[in-house]
Write a protein that binds this ligand. Structure first.
Ligand code: AMP
Length: 577
């Protein structure tokens, strides 16, 4: 029996999800669908976006609706127009084979007359944002009397946005409600109050830990001086050439200014904030969703409800004040089982926020150095070379040019051609980073000073290298696996821990590069990890793991003379792919 069928869903719905490529129900679907199909049980689902919660409530709703009755039977209330459209879209797909079920999205910023006209045609499921819903109720364009099911999606967001009274109004006026289903990523007291006031012994299901972040997200932070935030942002973008990301700022002014500065340098970025008209917003979102825009920079208010699949990075230009906002921001990546990275640019005074975030979302934050100019150039260079090697040469008549080309380049070596191609592409970029300064700042000034005082006396080394080489009970292991092997930090961590049967606590900093990585590990456990991993096979390659002797040496420092580097690079910015 198909796993969706086993949950009690009818044939038409099972066929529709099969068409969508859903093979097994997600955790929230597994837990929620059998309960919701009863139609009479109140329900609380604590689930982040990206967990498949839309199908978790959408499929039962479609099954419970009576298609022969052409009036509003179900109401889905959600915080934003974006989410409203997305839910309606998903419902359309799920009801592909279910006859005579009609849905309508009603939200602000679009013609109310048109929405009223559509509602009059006889719609059974209305998906609405709170403000517009109240407007329609007041105009008597929608009748709540016969609504049996009310779904509150992203309830915490709606309360954050000040829709408390509207939600109260809807729940008070749906007097024939048979069940209420509330979905929320977090459970602040205001959400709890709604369940107390309007729900009857709700069944509560949590996906992952309460208030916890998504386990697929690798949380990293960088400590820089206030005046270096912008430069650090630029480096992080440049260091991740395939990034498809959302950057969050606290103010509209920052979002606007940063997007203008980056766009001027050739980055594919646009800002999303409250000053845009609905039309401008849609345009920006359309471009981002279709990946015609690499980067979106947004304020929290403007970004509410943005649900785009495949976002690889979320960057916090500044940490939010409200810790729950962090969960929402980071939840824009690592969706649908994919891994994602959330990068936070911090000032040393904000470290305490990181510590409380770690406690709140029960996840480890990794302190990572802002890459040096050299590292950025190296990364861009190899990315470009990979793109070059992947270029499609199957079309076009390149072969006919070859004899002439061979003659022209008869006396030029492969190395020289490569250098020239690189120079054409990278000179400007390289120039920008030629004398780039180290942007990293101390994490804990007091501690560092003590360390330095001791170490500098003994060795005379710089502050930075002292920090790296300090004897902190760890040793560094080298391993010949890196991001090129398809690992992100989170998946890499999982891999080495699974293989060695060791606990996360024995590890320190992990430094991943394209081809290799370095892992800090408790000295006492290093042998165990090496024995477990060294010599094993991964993707038809033998894994090499050993103790990195003589302290840690960064790969970027080992490669290429300055002269050779100089010949790499022309535009300041390369496009992402
Ligand atoms: P949601 O949390 O509802 O926004 O869903 C996140 C993404 O996961 C959407 O792109 C869904 O189409 C997809 N999805 C939902 N359920 C499943 C499933 N059981 N199998 C595969 N993908 C799913």
């Amino acid at each position: 029996m198909n796993a969706f069928e086993a949950l009690g869903l009818n044939e038409q719905l099972v066929q529709a999800v099969t068409d969508l490529g859903f093979e097994t129900p997600s955790e929230i679907q597994q837990k929620a669908i059998p309960i919701l199909l009863s139609g009479t049980t109140d329900f609380i689902g604590l689930a982040q976006t990206g967990t498949g919660k839309t199908a978790a409530f959408g499929l039962p709703l479609l099954q419970l609706i009576d298609p022969s009755q052409r009036h509003a039977q179900a109401l889905v209330v959600c915080p934003t127009r974006e989410l409203c459209l997305q839910i309606t879209n998903d419902l359309e797909k799920f009801k592909k084979y279910s006859k005579n079920i009609f849905t309508e999205a009603v939200y602000g910023g679009a013609s109310i007359t048109m929405q009223i006209r559509n509602l009059k045609k006889g719609v059974q499921i209305v998906v609405a944002t709170p403000g517009r819903l109240i407007d329609l109720i007041e105009r008597k364009a929608i009748d709540l009397q016969q609504v049996k099911y009310v779904v509150l999606d992203e309830a915490d967001e709606m309360l954050n946005m000040g829709f408390r009274d509207d939600i109260d109004f809807v729940l008070k006026n749906t007097i024939n409600r048979e069940s209420t289903w509330l979905f929320s990523a977090t459970m602040p007291p205001e959400v709890r109050a709604i369940s107390k006031n309007y729900m009857d012994s709700p069944k509560e299901v949590t996906v992952g830990k309460k208030n916890s972040g998504n386990a697929n997200i690798d949380h990293q932070y960088f400590v820089v001086a206030q005046q270096h935030r912008f430069e650090a942002l630029k480096r992080l973008i440049d260091f991740n050439p395939g990034m498809y990301g959302i950057i969050f700022t606290r103010t509209k002014a920052d979002a606007q200014e940063i997007s203008e500065r980056l766009a001027k340098s050739g980055y594919e970025i646009e800002a999303l904030h409250g000053d845009l008209t609905q039309q401008q917003r849609d345009k920006v979102m359309g471009r981002f969703r279709t990946k015609n825009l690499q980067l979106l920079i947004a304020t929290d208010v403007a970004a509410r409800g943005i649900d785009v699949d495949g976002v690889t990075h979320v960057i916090n230009y500044e940490l939010p004040d409200d810790m729950e906002v962090y969960t929402h921001r980071s939840g824009r990546t690592g969706r649908a089982g994919k891994t994602g990275i959330c990068l936070s640019i911090c000032h040393s005074k904000e470290i305490y926020k990181i510590k409380s975030l770690e406690r709140m979302i029960n996840a480890k934050f990794h302190k990572v150095d802002v890459p040096s100019g050299k590292e950025v150039c190296r990364k861009q260079f190899f990315h470009f070379m990979d793109t070059l090697m992947q270029a499609d040469v199957s079309h076009g008549d390149y072969e006919t040019f070859l004899p002439d080309l061979m003659e022209k380049f008869a006396d030029v070596s492969k190395e020289e051609v490569l250098q020239r191609v690189a120079a054409l592409e990278f000179n400007q970029f390289l120039k920008y980073y030629e004398n780039a300064e180290d942007l990293n700042r101390n994490e804990m000034r007091g501690d560092r000073r003590q360390l330095n005082a001791k170490d500098t006396r003994n060795t005379g080394r710089t502050e930075r290298s002292d920090f790296r080489r300090r004897d902190n009970g760890y040793t560094r292991l080298f391993i010949n696996l890196g991001t090129k092997d398809g690992f992100y930090k989170a998946s890499f961590l999982q891999f080495i821990l699974d293989e060695s049967n060791l606990k996360k606590e024995v590890l320190g900093k992990i430094d991943m590069r394209e081809m290799n990585s370095w892992v800090e590990i408790d000295k006492a456990e290093a042998g165990r990890m090496i024995n477990a991993i060294d010599g094993k096979r991964y993707n038809n390659r033998t894994i090499r793991m050993n103790e990195a002797d003589g302290g840690y040496r960064r790969p970027a420092d080992d490669n290429g003379s300055r002269d050779r580097k100089k010949s790499f690079a022309p535009r300041e910015r390369r496009s992402f792919s």
